[in-house]
Design a protein around this ligand. Sequence first.
Ligand code: ADP
Ligand code: MG
Length: 412
Amino acid sequence: MVSAGVSSALSAKIRLEGVYKIFGSQPRGRALALAKAGSSKDDVQTLTDHVVGLADVNFEVAEGEIFVVMGLSGSGKSTAIRTVNKLHEITDGHVWVDDVDVQTLSGRALQELRREKMGMVFQHFALFPHRSVIDNVGYGLEVQGVDRDTRNKKALEALSLVGLEPYASSMPSQLSGGMQQRVGLARALASDPDILLMDEAFSALDPLIRRQMQDEMMAIQKKLRKTILFITHDLNEALRIGDRVCIMRGGRIVQIGTPEEILTKPATGYVAEFVQDVDQGRVILVSDVMVEPRPVDRSSTLGEAVKRVSDRAGAFVLDDVGRPVAVLTVADGLRSIEMGSDRLDDALRSDFETAGPRQTLNEVYASAGRGLPIAVVDEDGRLIGNLDPRHIMEELGRVESLIDGFEREVFL
Ligand SMILES: Nc1ncnc2c1ncn2[C@@H]1O[C@H](COP(=O)(O)OP(=O)(O)O)[C@@H](O)[C@H]1O
Ligand SMILES: [Mg+2]
């Protein structure tokens, strides 16, 4: 329909080319000229009273890639993502989605592009409070005129991707914040868009839930291979989930690279400073790495209990108020079964360690060396998480190797 030119990089699903966005009464005036001449956001603001949202922004997101835009608040991340679905008109440059120059679209064509090609998940997106979960997820299909049976089927498929199929008929208010955010993800996935636009989608969640969401998103991505433009202000999140990370400051791109490149070859002092935050690697909290408790019921048989431990280092048995009193490991369980027992009590041990959620991994590192799971407990001693030695080692190993490389290059 549109006389849009054809993008030269056909493998790029999304492409921003020399994009400027100036906010103010005369965006194409002096402010743009100054920004083009390289003036900083602050200078443009002082001289013209216009705000530089984006200046000379160039990046491509390849099909199937998770591309993360990271920067401090006000650096232009949301403005950048909003150019892709034309929630913003840009001041200069081009934004391509496939071979379409989205800025040339309007009305129906724009609506179709948004509905059919893109799913969106935002931090403060709202679920409709009076619609059930399945009707929330199917909403986009409903406005596309898809019949009820088809949209329910698609909504259920999307819900099963995020593990919420059993909650299809619940109301949003019955779900936790993390679950609501998953419904948001399911809603974005329901129309099977090629592109997911996610603006601080997990930023409001607790660390544990947040990591779970990141893991789930990566698992879903393995299956679906969407093209994902993901915005975050959190470098750790960016490095964890991004195939490539783009760092922004004052509306401009400072660096684009793989997580390893960002850490080991920071383009500027600014990135290097940012990256030093990853030194948090050394102070990763127990709550960042623990997994949800999956306690063993005291009345279960040993066989059942071993199954429940499954791929973990072990599972805890709790007392009446939820405090861990013993731990079952697969090794202990199998040994007892081999010796002919099916009594859980025969395989339990009580010499496990506990930790608080705010302790750092370094503090619990030594306890992890015993290979037993560590019980993460709240102030009242109740079990709130399992800390698996393997997860601690993986996390520390990953971060250490990144930081070592980084320090070798930058500080030595
Ligand atoms: N509608 C708007 N009108 C004026 N200024 C805006 C508008 N939207 C964003 N800005 C400004 O543009 C800059 C980038 O904002 P934004 O993209 O929201 O940053 P981020 O998402 O990185 O926190 C900020 O200085 C912000 O104040
Ligand atoms: Mg933002």
